[in-house]
Design a protein around this ligand. Sequence first.
Ligand code: ATP
Ligand code: MG
Length: 422
Amino acid sequence: MSKDKSAKIPTPQAVRGTQDMLGDFADRFAHVVETFERVRRLYGYKRIEVPVIEPTAVFARSLGETTDVVSKEMYSFDDRGGESITLRPEFTAGIARAYITNGWQQFAPLKVATHGPLFRYERPQKGRYRQFHQLDAEVLGSDSPLADAELLVFADQLLKELGISEGVTLTLNTLGDAASRDAWRAALVEHFEAHRGDLSEDSLARLDKNPLRILDSKDPKDRPIADSAPDIDAFLTGEAQDFFGAVTSGLDAAGVAWERNARLVRGLDYYRHTAFEFVTDRLGAQGTVLGGGRYDGLIEALGGPPTAAVGWAAGIERLAMLLDAAPKDYVVSVVPDNPELLTKAQGIAQSLRGVSNGRFTVDIGYVGNAKRRVEVARKRGYDCVVFVRDNDNPAGEFHIQWLTNDEIVVENMRPAIQSALD
Ligand code: ATP
Ligand code: MG
C-alpha cells in the first residue's frame, strides 16, 4: 500500500529554552566572547577546555544535593553503558574534577578561563534559558586575597571594555573563614528558628539543610526575616577581617567601585571569604550578570587534595543583551563588471584580504550582475565597492566606490585598499 503523499512529516521544533542566533544577536554574542578572550590574556589566564558531559557525581557532590541546580535543574541521563551522565550546569565543578584527574596541582596557582554552553532545566524567560552560555575564570591553588582582587578587577575591566559597566554594580560580601562562618550560621539558625512560623515552605526546608540560603530568598514572606537577620560582621575572626580588607583594598587600588551586600551568600559549606555578584536593573528579573566567590573546600569535597580556589562565571546572553550594539565590521565588496572577470575578482579579493590586517572584511557576492551586487552591498551596509574591469578598460582596471560617507572610516581603509590594487 502506498503512503498518502499529502501527509506531511511534522517539522521538528527547537528544544524549549534553546536559541538559534543569526545577525545582530549573534554578533553581540561573538563580541562578548572576543572581548573576554582579549582581556583574559591581558591578565594571564590560560585557556582551558573541559567536557560538556561529566559523571553526575561531579555536580551532585560539588554543588550539593540540596541546591536548586542539583535537585531540579540538571539534565541527567543514563548512557548506553548504564553510567549516569550530566550535561554540565556550570563550569567550576568540571574544572575542579579536571584539576584532580590531571594532577594540575603541579601548576598551582593555576589561572584558567573558558567559555561555552551549559544546561539547566529552568523555566525559560527573558535572560533565562535551558541551554545558555557562560564566560568563566578561575584561580586554583591560591589562598591569597590577591587572587580574589585580581579576578574582580578582571571582571570589572571586561564590563568596561564591553561598554556596559554603567548601571552594573559590583556587590561584595565575605563569608569569613570556617570559624566565622560556623558561628554566623549558628546565630542565623537561632534567628530563623525564632521566626519559624512566618517562613515560607521553601525556607523551612532550607533551615534544616542550608540555612544561609534563606538570606537570598526572593519570597516576600521571607524578606523581613532575612533582612533582620544578623550580619556576619560580628562573627568574623581577625584573620577573616584581614582577608576581606585585603580584597577591598585591592579593588580600591585598582579603582574598582564596589558595594557591600551583607545578604549575599553562597549556600554551600565549602564557600569561604569572598562572594560577589555584578548586578543590574536593566535586565528585569534576571539582574545578575556575573557571579562568583572563593570555594576553598570544593576540590577536597570531590576527593582531591585541600586546594584553595576562587572564580566567577558570567552569562554571555545577559552580557550580550546589555550591549548597545556589536561593533560594526567594515566591508569591502569586490564586484566584477562581467562574468568573465570573476577569476580576476577572486584574485583581487585575496590581495585585499592580504592587506586588511583586521581593518576590514572582504566579500565577493556569489551571484548576480554588477548592478545587483552593488544593491546587495548597499542593503547590507557595506562600506566600499571595488569594481573589477577588463584590462583594456580606458577608465582603468579598478574603480573604488565608497558607500559610506564616514570620512574617518574611508581614511582608515583607503591606503590598504589602494596598495592591494596598485
Ligand atoms: P540566577 O540567580 O539568575 O538563577 P545563578 O545564581 O543560578 O543565577 P550562577 O550559577 O552563579 O547563576 O551562574 C552565573 C551566571 O550565569 C549568572 O549570573 C547568569 O548571568 C548566568 N546564568 C545562570 N543561569 C542562566 C540561565 N538559565 N540562562 C541564562 N543565563 C544564566
Ligand atoms: Mg539559577
